[in-house]
Design a protein around this ligand. Structure first.
Ligand SMILES: O=C(O)CCC(=O)C(=O)O
Ligand SMILES: [Fe+2]
Length: 346
């Protein structure tokens, strides 16, 4: 592949505002920004190791049978590092900057850790994820359709935990080339799975199907592949993209395992964007009370991202403050900020 087809990550800034103006502008205009240095390496390594122990080894029968995405490693989790990465203050600050909002106005709607295997054969037919069709992700995230380009509702991202050199499988992205880019024609419905079209994941089958169903647009889709750029990732790199960015997963090296964490944050006011997992509170009652501890230790911003009522919210009264303290105080929750906001109001 020629050198200019690779997307190279750019460095994050130190401190509480990790993204540069250029990175933010790239996400807003071109639909992607690829960033190195959001997380501490040690966190990425802890998460990678813990996750690697939970999945089948490559080249086993179980690995060969894992031909689609998804796993039970979802937020919140007892897996070392998963919650920490999901609610990392520098990640939340990055998302807020991309959307141009306060952290307290964004909500987590996806965080799961997915293995992808370099398999010897495409075993899942139309649903095989080895060499994906070019697509956008919105259909199984929102009940509606993404809003016009300049008012995005959500930030999606892939946090890579593996090395491209070892596993291959770079994510391909079609950078949007400004207003009127034909690749970004509106509405975004010209992809298998959308509207009446069957869902087909495998590229070859998807394009054969599309050529039958929408022959007049088959060349247009070929043009999307022709414009692909590939993310040259190392562990910890983050590809920020969007529900309306054309992209796809590409084949890996046979016998390899690639681990990634997929996350989405939405604007708090976009309720039509679904949370892809079981409700957070459903993880309560575990013997180790990890959900209760997580909420109690979380910062006000981290709690907001999970939908916990913020200081000043009408939820808070003397009675509810005392009640939440009765539930979570044992885990160290400090309810002072809720009380202070209440006192200020009255
Ligand atoms: O595996 C990748 O790099 C991208 C995966 C993807 O786009 C998807 O499954 O929707
Ligand atoms: Fe995707």
């Amino acid at each position: 592949m020629t050198d200019d087809r690779w997307l190279k990550p750019t460095a994050a800034c130190q401190g509480t505002e990790p993204l540069t103006d250029e990175q933010i502008a790239s996400w807003r205009e071109a639909g992607w920004t690829f960033v190195r240095g959001i997380f501490e390496n040690a966190l990425i390594e802890r998460l990678r190791q813990a996750a690697a122990e939970r999945f089948p080894l490559p080249d086993t029968e179980a690995a060969e049978a894992t031909a689609d995405f998804g796993s039970d490693l979802v937020f919140p989790s007892t897996l070392e590092g998963l919650n920490e990465l999901t609610l990392h203050p520098r990640l939340l600050a990055s998302v807020a900057a991309l959307l141009g909002m306060e952290i307290t106005d964004i909500r987590l709607s996806q965080s799961d850790l997915w293995p992808k295997y370099g398999r010897r054969e495409k075993s899942a037919g139309a649903l095989d994820n080895m060499d994906q069709r070019i697509h956008v992700d919105y259909p199984n995230h929102t009940l509606a359709h993404p809003t016009e380009w300049h008012r995005p509702e959500a930030v999606e991202m892939i946090v890579y935990l593996s090395h491209l050199d070892e596993c291959g499988g770079p994510t391909a992205v079609v950078p949007r080339a400004g207003e009127g880019d034909p690749a970004y024609r509106w509405p975004i419905v010209d992809s298998p799975g959308i509207g009446a079209l069957d869902y087909v994941n495998d590229r070859e089958r998807a394009e054969a199907y599309f050529a039958r169903e929408r022959p007049e647009l088959a060349d247009w889709r070929a043009g999307l592949y022709a414009r692909e750029r590939y993310a040259a990732f190392e562990p910890g790199d983050v590809l920020f993209y969007r529900h309306d960015t054309w992209h796809r997963g590409t084949p890996m090296k046979p016998g390899a395992l690639r681990l990634v964490q997929n996350l989405t944050f939405r604007r708090a006011d976009c309720e039509w964007i679904s949370t892809l997992h079981t409700g957070w509170a459903w993880k309560a009652y575990r013997r180790d009370k990890y959900l209760e501890r997580l909420i109690s230790r979380a910062s006000l911003e981290q709690r907001a991202v999970l939908g916990f009522p913020q200081p000043g919210n009408a939820y808070w009264t003397e009675a509810t403050i005392a009640a939440v303290e009765a539930r979570h105080g044992v885990f160290g929750m400090d309810v002072t900020p809720y009380r202070t906001a209440l006192t200020r109001e009255t």
